[in-house]
Design a binder for this molecule. Structure first.
Ligand code: AMP
Ligand code: GLY
Length: 449
């Protein structure tokens, strides 16, 4: 099969790796790809946001399947354009991608579908937004409605901070038009879990739950980033279970394993949202990412993404036993996703992915530092995120998040240790990485299913 893979980050490297595992004869063309992906695919220098260029590339290459990694091309309507030109593509249409590209739309959808989420109000005027922040009380969350490269959410510990965030977005247009409409949102206390699903718009197939680590430093200290690492599966979340029936109140119990968390999220979140999207004529096909907060009142949606997560994918795919290519191909062709046999599809192993970031990340990442990778190690996958080759052919840093080092092991502590040790052995000037990815679960005491 010939596959066009759109994107050039760690998530796309993990997808390319998984495709080659599934089918050593797969022919992958990556646009634009990166030096890691180049070991598995033919990279073509067309940017992931150049929709005209990608349509032209597809017309020339005739891929049997196109898979899109990042959200921007989806929000720009790549799926609509490819479908119109007759190229099978896995992902949501522009209208369906609004579940991520408009947080206001996502909130309205959840309200309609009865999906639990934080209370929020939509505002376009600073004065009324500030009044709303006072009504909610601090801490309060200020969110740009549109896509802001993962930076559009400001969790404000005080009303003064909330006012600053509101002014920055609505008056000073810090995020351009993406912040001309904002949400003022109730702060939710809890632990986050990322649940990713493949869907044909009606049926769904889950991946193992994962947890991202947004803060730069160990112990969840320091500034917010795009994600400094992830682990999977997330096992013993302390919440509640009302038996898993749709809408059942959640009280007190401890989830025994990740299958129940996925089952609960599927009935309380995914199915109602997919139904509501179909009713609005915006059938959602592709990968649906539900960012959930596990609160004392049960699961609540933090956000939806219209694609796989980064860096969650780098932890999840090495554990995923089922083959993605035939499922993605079926969805791209408009066929049914057979989803009856998902239980047990994750390997009974643990993955920890540690992001190695550039000097100056997240504010002003430095590029061009020469990278020396340690020798390959069994059980460790080094996925390239922001790397490039310089004129001398050396591997250099090219973006804030440089590598995602995923280790897979029979127990979580070993996976963490292997991942951190390998990340420590990567050499480039000013590198930053955390040594404690999965710390919450290790602190609770991980248990095997
Ligand atoms: P988002 O871009 O919507 O994922 O938000 C980025 C991060 O902000 C999330 O991963 C959460 O850690 C945090 N966040 C967003 N909304 C809330 C909320 N209502 N309460 C607490 N934290 C939130
Ligand atoms: N890991 C968060 C995201 O992919 O948006």
């Amino acid at each position: 099969m010939k596959v066009l893979l759109v994107g050039g980050g760690g998530r796309e490297h993990a997808l390319a790796w998984k495709f080659v595992q599934e089918d050593p004869h797969v022919e992958i063309i990556a646009a634009p790809g990166n030096p890691g992906i180049a070991e598995l695919a033919r990279c073509v220098s067309v940017a992931a946001t150049d929709i005209d260029g990608l349509v032209a590339l597809a017309a020339h290459e005739r891929p049997a399947l196109t898979v899109v990694g990042p959200e921007t091309p989806l929000a720009l309507g790549i799926v609509d354009r490819f479908r119109a030109a007759g190229h099978p593509i896995f992902g949501p249409t522009q209208a369906a991608a609004e579940i991520e590209s408009s947080k206001v739309f996502a909130k309205e959808l959840m309200a309609d579908a009865g999906v639990p989420t934080a209370r929020a109000e939509r505002h376009t005027e600073p004065a009324s937004a500030k009044r709303a922040a006072r009504a909610f009380g601090a801490p309060v969350v200020i969110k740009a409605s549109g896509l802001a490269a993962g930076k559009g959410v400001i969790v404000s510990q005080s009303l003064a901070d909330a006012d600053m965030a509101i002014d920055a977005m609505l008056s000073h247009r810090m995020f351009g038009s993406a912040g001309s409409e904002i949400l003022v949102e109730e702060f939710m206390q809890g632990e986050e879990v990322s649940l990713l699903f493949l869907t044909d718009g009606e049926r769904w197939l889950p991946f193992v739950p994962a947890q991202d680590h947004k803060r730069l430093l160990d112990g969840d200290q320091g500034p917010n980033t795009g994600g400094m690492g992830a682990y999977a599966p997330v096992y013993p979340l302390v919440v509640a279970s009302g038996g898993g029936a749709p809408g059942a109140p959640v009280t007190g119990a401890r989830w025994a394993d990740w299958h129940s968390v996925v089952g609960l999220a599927a009935t309380q979140v995914v199915e109602p949202v997919l139904d509501a999207m179909r009713r609005r004529g915006r059938r959602f096909t592709g990968a649906l990412y539900a960012g959930l907060m596990v609160t004392s009142d049960g699961l609540k949606v933090v956000e939806f993404n219209c694609r796989l997560g980064d860096p969650e994918t780098q932890a999840i795919l090495p554990l995923t036993r089922y083959a993605l290519l035939p499922l993605m191909h079926a969805v791209a062709l408009g066929d049914r996703l057979e989803s009856s046999e998902w239980i047990g599809h994750g390997r009974p192993e643990h993955a920890v992915s540690t992001v190695v970031a550039a000097a100056g990340y997240p504010d002003t990442p430095r590029t061009g530092d020469v990278i020396h990778l340690p020798p390959p190690e069994p059980g460790v996958h080094v996925f390239h995120a922001g790397t490039a080759r310089n004129a001398a052919g050396e591997l250099v840093t090219a973006a804030g998040r440089v590598l995602a080092v995923t280790a897979v092991a029979a127990d979580l502590a070993t996976a963490q240790h292997m991942s951190a040790r390998h990340a420590a052995a990567v050499e480039f000037s000013g590198k930053q990485f955390r040594t404690d990815i999965a710390w919450r679960e290790l602190a609770r005491g991980a248990r095997a299913s």
